[in-house]
Ligand binder design. Structure first.
Ligand code: ADP
Ligand code: MG
Length: 630
């Protein structure tokens, strides 16, 4: 009770300061209204009574007009004609609500034949015990637009907007934002439904309905500004202060036991609302100056401006500065509508950005693809270059082995020539000493030796020519035995006496292949075997026809190889021999050559026991398949 008295006194002195009166001094419509009882409080209800006879006369002549009675905020009305009650809007004891701002109207037909019209107004609070003008005649066609009509429209619109926000924004904006807009709109809707409770036959005391409605509107506003916070248009700190402001107001609304206290609770956060609104708008203007026009910001600005005007209007009405004409209803609808438009714009922009990104992504992918294409082309050229380099290397290796061999060949030629040289002097002597029968037989022998030496020289040179492929490079039927013999001739100095060579080759066995290639193969195989038997041993070479293939086995009793060596022997440049001795190309060349001729190679080896290579070659031509002759 103390709080109620204090609040009423506070509000009244504020109104007095602003020059607000509790009843009009003169009838601006020229009526003959007299105040028969000025505002008087009894049992917590203030009442006023005014009378007129002139308005009854005027109405008799103008049956299409209506009499509009003044607004009393959160009030009730009784209308009497010659002492008989002809109209009742709300209950005098406020056990039921008609409306928060409504100005009652009755048609002129209701007063025809009467003499004196009495209007009794009741106020729910001390502070709102006021009215700003006397009852008046209004044209029948005019609607009571500025009061409950718009409140009703606003209630409907806001309920629809809440529904639409929930449906349209769900999943497209963060859930908290969607919920704030939806529940915010719903809060406002509830306020306007409450303010017109009488129209919906909703029963409840003025105090209860007033509390529910005002509680809803402030929760709605808190949620609306929370949306602004979530969209970064309102700083967190500002919002927190403002939220505290609202909570204080809500405490008055919830705990208040009189209309004055509840209304005070509602009036309290208006100051904060107006300040926050202005702060947001200033920030928006600054942003506009900084970053230029932005459709989204414009919608927010419009939303805030509408709210600001509506708030200012509401505060003017509450303080009694303006008669009860309020645009708060339209303001709420407009403000929330523009905010919803902002959210919609935000969603549209998000989709636009997504589309843009998508388009760009395609472009990016295209760019990357062409880059990759170029890289793979580069790689291909590099690979080609590598292949030629490899071929060059193979060629170089061939030349290198030719070089090492030429020493042996030179030795052989030297030996052969020695025969000739050694025989030449005795022959000269003999020729000089004249030819006897004895001499003739000796000369014949010497000539034979010379002949043999020369034949050997031819043989070696022939082998050399075969090896280097000077004779034939084409694929042919080759007698295996011939190829092996010429290789062994070349390798003879390295075979020494310590290595015993055993052949198991049918002298008529032939394969279809490249002369040069086969020489390379056997050269490398036998040369590796010799290297593996530094202290001598046995070299078995066998060749048999097996169907369409010839199986050649080259077995030595050399060092053998561990598994990790076997796995790598065909790799180019893999060697276990010391620098200058091994090139690591031998077996690689062998494998390439064998496979090129449509065959294959395999190996079995045991450390300390020896190694056996098996080469399989087709007997008949794979010639047409062969890409190039080495
Ligand atoms: P290189 O003879 O120049 O080392 P190869 O490709 O001909 O190159 O041989 C590769 C390696 O395979 C040799 O270094 C050797 O370790 C091993 N190897 C080849 N043949 C034999 C063999 N008959 N016995 C033991 N090891 C061998
Ligand atoms: Mg080798």
């Amino acid at each position: 009770m103390q709080v109620a008295k204090l609040t009423a006194t506070l509000l009244l002195s504020l109104s007095a300061l602003l020059g607000v009166r509790n009843s009009p001094q003169v009838d601006l419509n020229g009526g003959d209204w007299t105040i028969t009882q000025n505002w008087k409080q009894a049992d917590g209800v203030s009442s006023v009574e005014v009378q007129s006879s002139k308005i009854v006369q005027q109405c008799s002549q103008d049956e299409f007009s209506t009499i509009q009675f003044p607004t009393i905020i959160h009030g009730a009305h009784d209308i009497f004609l010659d002492g008989t009650k002809i109209g009742e809007f709300g209950k005098r004891k406020f056990q039921s609500v008609w409306s928060f701002y409504g100005a009652p109207e009755i048609p002129c037909s209701m007063v025809r034949g009467g003499k004196v019209l009495t209007w009794r107004g009741y106020s729910y609070s001390e502070y709102f015990a006021r009215f700003s003008q006397f009852p008046r005649l209004v044209s029948h066609s005019k609607l009571n637009l500025f009061n409950e009509t718009f409140n009703l429209i606003a209630a409907g619109c806001l309920a629809i907007m809440a529904l639409l926000s929930a449906v349209l924004f769900f999943g497209r904006v963060p859930n908290e934002l969607m919920a704030s807009i939806t529940l915010g709109s719903l809060g406002f809707a509830l306020y306007f439904f409450g303010s017109t409770a009488g129209y919906f036959q909703i029963t409840g005391t003025m105090l209860t309905i007033h509390k529910i409605a005002d509680f809803s509107v402030w929760v709605g506003l808190a949620l609306f500004y929370n949306s602004l916070r979530l969209t970064q248009y309102l700083s967190k700190r500002f919002y927190r202060i403002y939220f505290f402001n609202i909570v204080v107001g809500l405490v008055f609304i919830v705990l208040g036991s009189t209309g004055d206290v509840v209304q005070f609770g509602t009036t309290l956060p208006f100051g904060g609302t107006i300040l926050v609104n202005i702060a947001c708008e200033i920030e928006l203007v600054r942003k506009y100056i900084r970053e230029g026009f932005d459709r989204r910001a414009l919608f927010v600005f419009l939303s805030l401006t509408i709210f600001l005007v509506a708030d200012l209007n509401e505060i003017a009405v509450v303080t009694g500065l303006l008669p009860s004409y309020t645009i708060f209803n339209l303001g709420a609808v407009g403000g929330l509508l523009f905010f919803a438009l902002y959210v919609n714009e935000r969603i549209t922009q998000t989709y636009r950005e997504r589309d843009y990104l998508q388009a760009n992504l395609e472009l990016e992918v295209k760019l990357k693809t062409s880059e990759l294409k170029k890289k793979s082309e580069d790689l291909e050229t590099t690979l080609k270059e590598l292949k030629t380099t490899q071929a060059d290397l193979v060629q170089a290796a061939k030349l290198a082995s030719l070089g090492t061999l030429s020493a042996g060949i030179a030795h052989e030629i030297n030996n052969s020539l020695n025969y000739v040289y050694g025989s030449l002097r005795p022959l000269e002597n003999l020729v000089l000493s004249g030819i006897t029968s004895e001499a003739r037989s000796k000369a014949t022998k010497l000539f034979k030796i010379m002949n043999e030496g020369l034949l050997l020289t031819f043989d070696i040179i022939k082998s050399l020519r075969n090896y280097s492929g000077l004779n034939q490079a084409k694929l042919n039927d080759l007698k295996l035995m011939e190829v092996m013999n010429s290789v062994e001739t070349i390798l003879r100095p390295r075979l020494r006496d310590s290595i015993q060579v055993i052949h198991e080759v049918d002298p008529n066995l032939s394969v279809f292949g490249s002369v040069v290639g086969l020489h390379q193969v056997f050269m490398n195989m036998i040369s590796n075997a010799i290297d593996a038997m530094p202290n001598g041993g046995q070299l078995n070479i066998s060749a048999h026809a097996e169907g369409e293939h010839v199986k050649i086995k080259i077995r030595d009793t050399g060092t053998g190889m561990p598994d990790q060596v076997i796995q790598r022997i065909f790799e180019p440049f893999f060697t276990t021999k010391e620098v200058g001795k091994g090139t690591g190309l031998g077996l690689h060349i062998v494998k390439t050559e064998v496979e090129r001729q449509g065959g294959g190679i395999s190996v079995q080896s045991q450390v300390g026991i020896g190694t056996e290579f098996t080469i399989v070659l087709p007997i008949h031509g794979a010639s047409e398949r062969l890409p190039d002759a080495a």
